[in-house]
Design a protein around this ligand. Structure first.
Ligand code: ASP
Length: 426
């Protein structure tokens, strides 16, 4: 079988009984006898060369476009961007069948030209390119250091950070604590579907982010689709936001608070209070204790799991407890009471957040809760568990605080960057 199809071409693969359509991919290095096709559904399929009768080219692949020079316009406000990985930085490479990173302003311009209609992108920094599942606190620190530099540049009005979705709310919480005396907007944004897909959410998210970055909302916020329609976004507080859906465009929701604003393509409608942009420099406070963990409590769970954290010299743990803040107690086959006392006597800081996600803990309602509270657990009210983990690592990273449980408790319960909502309604 001979064919003039080249990787990247849209082809028909003719088998004896069936014809498949899709993008012709390069054969895997070790399996030259395999023909690979990316179907319209996005899945790859492989055929044995000997089963293929013909490969007909339907459309030739587009040649790579020339590099585009981005023209700066003095009338538009200047912003800066930090690019990290995730779907928003990915596009399908038809030759490979996998994805490539979109990591230069020129590449961004090709895919998101509308972004450049609203603002000049004065500077682009790429501290690393990775998916959020591969990040840890060191990556949050790297982003914060680059952000500090950009925010303290007088020519920059605001900052957009593009980021993967899965653990984006951890980064949002970390930047909220790491960037002190925030002077300008810090906008984290994402996409659930890459730009090659007709249903991509990236363009609206980026355009709304540009408006947020030049607004007077000097907060660490996440900007993304407010519904599954492509009509407007929400600007959501960095410590009160969570990914709540695997695939919807409006995957992120504000929990136990309200968005700062609705952002349409031509306007911003303010919803709740926020800190306004101000003069002065942002300061970095990126201290972090790595030995912190987040553990979900479930019925029948053995409290000996806590021994592992003691053995591994953990300093703090956030327990995702039941609704009002319970773990197995006296009537359970394995009560947690004794073990909780024991690990706290050994110096482990134990905090509680609600696994219901929405609402506020209240350990005083039932005797089980009261007993658990008496062991010394710090109940974190309506704080999200992920925010709590990040805050605990940050608080314990400060040696001057970490030396006293009273100070740690005071800091954990102090509303520093909107992580508590005192006005949370029923
Ligand atoms: N799972 C990847 C990440 O979190 C891709 C994405 O969700 O954007 O980075």
């Amino acid at each position: 079988m001979k064919t003039n199809a080249k990787p990247g071409d849209y082809v028909e693969v003719h088998l004896t009984k069936q014809i498949y359509e899709g993008i012709f991919l390069e054969s895997p290095k070790l399996e030259k006898e395999i023909i690979l096709l990316k179907l319209d559904s996005g899945y790859n399929i492989g055929f044995n060369k000997k089963d293929v009768l013909d490969i007909k080219v339907v459309r030739k692949a587009k040649e790579e476009e020339e590099e585009i020079e981005i023209k700066k316009n003095g009338e538009k406000p200047n912003i800066a961007m930090i690019i990290t990985g995730g779907t928003i930085s990915a596009r399908l490479n038809p030759r490979k069948g996998g994805v490539d990173w979109l990591d230069t302003p020129e590449n961004l311009f090709k895919f998101y030209p509308e972004l450049f209609e609203k603002v000049n992108i004065l500077k682009v920094e790429i501290p690393f390119m990775k998916a959020t599942e591969d990040m840890d606190f060191k990556d949050w620190q790297k982003i914060a250091r680059v952000a500090e530099k950009l925010l303290n540049d007088n020519n920059v009005r605001g900052l957009i950070i593009t980021h993967g979705t899965d653990f984006l709310h951890y980064t949002a919480a970390a930047l909220s604590f790491f960037l002190k005396d925030l002077n300008k907007p810090v906008v984290l944004t994402y996409s659930q579907r890459s730009i090659d897909r007709a249903s991509s959410d990236a363009n609206l998210n980026l355009q709304c982010s540009a408006l947020a970055a030049i607004s007077d909302i000097a907060e660490v916020m996440l900007v993304g689709h407010a519904s599954s329609n492509d009509d407007y976004c929400h600007a959501m507080p960095g410590t009160k936001v969570r990914k709540l859906h695997t695939s919807r465009r409006d995957a992120f929701k504000v929990v136990n608070a309200k968005p700062f604003a609705k952002i349409f393509l031509d306007r911003i409608e303010i919803i709740s209070e926020y800190n306004k942009r101000k003069k002065g420099k942002v300061k970095l406070d990126v201290k972090f204790e790595e030995k912190v963990a987040l553990v979900k409590v479930y019925p029948g769970q053995d409290p000996e799991i806590l021994d592992y954290y003691i053995k591994k010299k953990y300093k703090g743990i956030v327990l995702e407890m039941s609704g009002l803040g319970h773990a197995p107690t006296k009537r359970a086959r394995k009560s947690w009471i004794k073990k909780l006392k024991e690990v706290q006597e050994k110096g482990l800081i134990v905090c509680a957040a609600a696994q219901t996600i929405y609402g506020r803990l209240d350990p005083l309602v039932y005797s089980n809760g009261r007993e658990l509270m008496e062991t010394g657990i710090i109940y974190l009210e309506d704080m999200l568990a992920e925010t709590a983990l990040v805050k605990l690592g940050w608080v314990l990273g400060h040696n001057e605080w970490a030396k006293s449980k009273d100070i740690i408790k005071e800091k954990m319960l102090e509303n520093m960057v909107g992580e508590f909502n005192d006005r949370l309604e029923e």
